[in-house]
Design a protein around this ligand. Structure first.
Ligand code: PXP
Length: 255
């Protein structure tokens, strides 16, 4: 039996920027939120520079890369503009996500199978500069296989469908989605990919995902920033860690 790997928490600070942008000024400062998350024991910072700059701005990415002493996971669409920004700041990782202007948040995973050639052109120069490549995908076998074939380092499994099923209190769908995520995590790890997960996770949903030994990092934003409004970020992060640990310690002999 191998030792279960530690589970890292990446804190997504996009929604601190959403709040800042609601008034158009400089406050609250998402980089300050990242510094506080670092003090509270976050393992990484995630920020999504969207094409329409609706929350994170170019200057935030620059400051996060320069001022925050944690690995930066820069989420971005697979475009030449974003590739060039990432090449300038060289984050620890780029997580490529699908993006459309109309969506409220990232709605589905990347179509790696259908867009392999275009993705390859964005991935190659980033990898050449030692930026790790993460592909945000639905937990589907063909997307995993193509991610590995493209030379991705990481896949981040989209947990949104699972979290929606939980919100709908649809137990059957919850069980089916957990099984789909678990199968995907196993096959991604077998393909040599590092496995991350995220989207829509909260105190109640995180445990079942943390219980998957192949998953080594969770990226969590909206719920955590929302919980911080009520309890403060230190308590919100500490409680998320407790929920993650409770799930992780449920791992039995399968690890
Ligand atoms: N992972 C990815 C790839 C995302 O696009 C997002 C949302 O920006 C998250 C994780 C975090 O999702 P949430 O804000 O719902 O926790």
């Amino acid at each position: 039996m191998t030792q279960t790997q530690a589970l890292r928490l990446g804190v997504n600070i996009d929604h601190v920027a959403t709040l800042r942008n609601a008034r158009g000024g400089d406050l609250p400062d998402p980089v300050r939120a990242a510094a506080l998350a670092a003090q509270c024991g976050a393992d990484g910072i995630t920020a999504h520079l969207r094409e329409d700059r609706r929350h994170i701005r170019d200057g935030d990415i620059e400051r996060l890369a320069r001022e925050i002493d944690l690995p930066l996971n820069m989420e971005m669409a697979a475009t030449e503009e974003m590739r060039d920004i990432a090449l300038k700041h060289r984050p620890n990782a780029c997580c490529l996500v699908p993006e459309s202007r109309e969506e409220v948040t990232t709605e589905g995973g990347l179509n790696v199978v259908g867009e392999a050639a275009a993705l390859g052109e964005i991935i190659a120069p980033l990898k050449a500069q030692n930026v790790r490549i993460s592909l945000f995908i639905d937990p589907e076998p063909d997307q995993i296989a193509e991610s590995a074939a493209l030379g991705a380092d990481i896949v981040e499994l989209h947990t949104g469908t699972y979290c929606h099923a939980h919100a709908d209190e649809d137990t059957q769908r919850v069980q089916a989605e957990i099984a789909r995520l678990q199968a995907a995590a196993i096959s991604a790890a077998q393909a040599g990919l590092e496995v991350h997960a995220g989207h829509g996770l909260c105190f109640e949903t995180v445990g079942a995902v943390a219980a998957m030994p192949e998953i080594v990092e969770l990226n969590i934003g909206h719920f955590l920033i929302g919980a911080s409004v009520f309890s403060g970020m230190p308590e919100a992060i500490a409680e998320m860690r407790r929920c993650m640990q409770a799930g992780r310690s449920a791992i039995g002999g399968r690890s």
